[in-house]
Design a protein around this ligand. Structure first.
Ligand SMILES: *[C@@H]1O[C@H](CO)[C@@H](O)[C@H](O)[C@H]1NC(C)=O
Ligand SMILES: *[C@@H]1O[C@H](CO)[C@@H](O)[C@H](O)[C@H]1NC(C)=O
Ligand SMILES: *[C@@H]1O[C@H](CO)[C@@H](O)[C@H](O)[C@H]1NC(C)=O
Ligand SMILES: *[C@@H]1O[C@H](CO)[C@@H](O)[C@H](O)[C@H]1NC(C)=O
Ligand SMILES: *[C@@H]1O[C@H](CO)[C@@H](O)[C@H](O)[C@H]1NC(C)=O
Length: 347
């Protein structure tokens, strides 16, 4: 009963003070203030969220309607998607009720915002506290790096994607995009450092030759609903391979032999007995196409055409199959689809 009497008096005094324009808060019956305790007046937000510790003089629930945080002025109350009540942030709470919050998804231009707190009482009156907190925040910094500049196909390497200064309440997730090899193992790391989270993922990755010049992206989701990403272009060295589209095509008395090889650095391609007769084309990237012309008579003399591709990582060779054009039985044995096969009639 004693408690109820105290509370009625307190609410009445609050109302009175607001009518006469007092800004210093309500007075309890014993002369003490209704107090708002903000431990920090200036907070540097980390990426994704900011945590504001807060406590205020508790009121009996019968006289309390709601606790409201606002940005700038009381006319801009924060919605539930921007703010989350949380406990355990404030250390000065023995006599106070906790009003600590997490502000979510702070993003955009570097800036400072002011936040304040008010109480709506059961009487429909509002108690706005004069104390405010400044929150400064800056753009998210993301970092993707490779352990080495040049990767080698089939050799495991490490890709690292890191986010610095994430807020502690954030639950980041990293997604990698653009990887062609299925051989990868992510290792996640979280480090708490001076009230922020350093989060990074090391990806143990074994590239395939086709990863050369591929753009790899790491995308991070964090906060409530934020994403950021960073990309790198891979350089993947690989030993030569001679592709199965390589073949000789015989048209009447002439064979056109095409050797298609792949490798980084671009392989040097030759055929031992036909060296100075080749025409070389390349995509400038990882494929070299060498075209050799040879008469049926010369071919009869050497028997087979061998193509050899070499770069600093190794060598590959292949005896080219021969397709007799206009003879469906034999050409069906070696199904070769090769784009841009030179037509000797036009030369
Ligand atoms: C407070 O406002 C609500 C709606 O605006 C109203 O229903 C209620 O009766 C009011 N309470 C008092 C004590 O004035
Ligand atoms: C990005 O990563 C590199 C290499 O790990 C490091 O030197 C640099 O400090 C990082 N930058 C940021 C903003 O974390
Ligand atoms: C997340 O953010 C995107 C773009 O900012 C928005 O379109 C989407 O509605 C948001 N989703 C949720 C659940 O808030
Ligand atoms: C060529 O084809 C053979 C048999 O189909 C296959 O084993 C080989 O891996 C292929 N080589 C390349 C370079 O695709
Ligand atoms: C072709 O490759 C095989 C195996 O890699 C090697 O043993 C052989 O000597 C090569 N032939 C030529 C002509 O380079």
């Amino acid at each position: 009963m004693q408690r109820m009497k105290f509370s009625v008096g307190l609410v009445l005094l609050c109302v009175l003070h607001m009518w006469i324009g007092s800004s210093s808060g309500c007075f309890a019956e014993d002369g003490g203030h209704l107090e708002l305790h903000l431990e920090q007046k200036f907070i540097t937000a980390a990426a994704g969220c900011a945590q504001i510790p807060c406590g205020f003089t508790d009121l009996p629930t019968a006289y309390m309607a709601s606790e409201i945080w606002f940005k700038g002025s009381p006319e801009s109350p924060l919605g539930p998607e921007e703010v989350e009540k949380t406990n355990g942030l404030s250390r000065a709470l023995s006599t106070l009720k906790e009003c600590s919050i997490i502000l979510w998804d702070l993003i955009g231009l570097d800036r400072t915002e002011e936040y304040g707190f008010m109480l709506k009482l059961a009487t429909n009156e509002t108690q706005i506290f004069p104390e405010t907190v400044q929150v400064s925040y800056s753009a998210v910094k993301m970092n993707i790096s490779l352990s080495s500049d040049v990767m080698v196909a089939t050799k495991m390497t490490v890709l690292t994607c890191s986010l610095s200064d994430l807020c502690l309440a954030s639950d980041p997730k990293i997604t990698w995009k653009g990887l062609r090899s299925k051989k990868y193992f992510p290792q996640r790391h979280r480090l708490k450092e001076d009230k922020v989270l350093k989060y990074y993922e090391k990806l143990l990755y074994t590239p395939v030759p086709e990863d050369h010049q591929a753009e790899v992206t790491c995308e991070v989701t964090f906060g409530k609903n934020l994403t950021a990403s960073a990309s790198v272009t891979l350089t993947v060295h690989s030993e030569p391979q001679i592709l199965n589209s390589s073949a000789c095509t015989q048209q009447q008395n002439l064979l056109t032999c095409v050797c298609v090889s792949q490798g980084v650095p671009l392989p040097d391609v030759h055929s031992p007995l036909l060296q100075d007769k080749s025409v070389i084309a390349s995509d400038g990237h990882m494929i070299v196409k060498s075209t050799f012309m040879i008469t049926a008579e010369d071919f009869g003399r050497i028997g087979t055409v061998i193509c050899i591709a070499t770069n600093n990582l190794g060598q590959a060779n292949m005896t080219l199959p021969v397709i007799f054009e206009g003879n469906p039985d034999q050409s069906n044995e070696i199904p070769v689809i090769f784009e841009g096969n030179p037509d000797p009639d036009t030369e």
